[in-house]
Design a protein around this ligand. Sequence first.
Ligand code: FE
Length: 356
Amino acid sequence: MFRLSLAATSMALLAACGQPVQQTPAPEAAAPPAAAAPAEGQVLNIYSARHYDSDKALYAKFEADTGIKVNVRESGAPELLETMKAEGEASPADVIIMADAGALYRFQSEGFTQAVRSDALEAAIPAQLREKDGHWFGLAKRARVIVYDPQLLPAEEVDTYADLAEDRLKGELCVRSSTNIYNLSLLGEFISRNGSEAAEAWAKGVASNFARPPEGGDTAQIEAVAAGQCAAAIVNHYYWVRLATGTTEERMTAAKTSVSFPDQNETGTHINITGAAVSSTSRSPELAVRFIEYLATPEGQTMLTSETKEYPIVAGAPNPEGLEILPGFKQSDFPLTELGPNQAEAQAIFDRAGWN
Ligand code: FE
């Protein structure tokens, strides 16, 4: 009964949103012989850009609790998008899991997500952190912070994003490539808040302060600060927390640096999400929603963040071990659903600014 009504709800919703209804079988055809506990033989296919052992444990727990077999394809976001383009409507994907709302937007804009309604998800996840029509849902949160060398810079010189464009930081900054989605989303919020001209001036200012051409991921930027190659870097908070709670060598690296949550006296630090979408090609959207709802339970949240050191977003879910070393902070209230449309302009601005 449960499954049947969910399927019917999904279909009604798809129709209401004007979405082409994917080959969702007629309710009679979809109904299990004797509707009760989840039947053997139900399968959920997940395409994930994450690669953590804790996720494997999470999938195993969901399988054990529900009897639903979980298949996972893990790859980079661009590779998974190309895979879905090649597979087209035949793609077996049911759930798409991505880091950064900007990455989810790419799947959405290519037509690979579908709008779904879930009272549980809408109640558990703040509207700021999910797509307005239900195309994707934020499930864990990350902050884009400034890591700096406190021996070289006083905290007040790196307490806003605007500081990073100041002449006094000439030759002092490290940051990864502008093609990375984290930087595109950061600039995307800047464009919406301050306009394109101010965004370009900021990007040019930051690029003119680079200590070296962008190279490596966020962890490499922290290591460069610790090694004295630059005085400050822009990174996601969890890379620093992982070092600060890691091996002796990693902890020594983190200990040479401090973390600044920018714009505390202004609009707050840029935040983003790890999130999930129901694939437009899914033959089992009701199972896909059920899985995403599991990720939004306290247990799902704990398994999703224990290794990554992201912030849970559901009330009542405890922070993962290690996050207590960071202070509480004011986060930007910018709605992440509005980031995507700025992505192309953000890349054009970075290109003009010489932020490779
Ligand atoms: Fe990351």
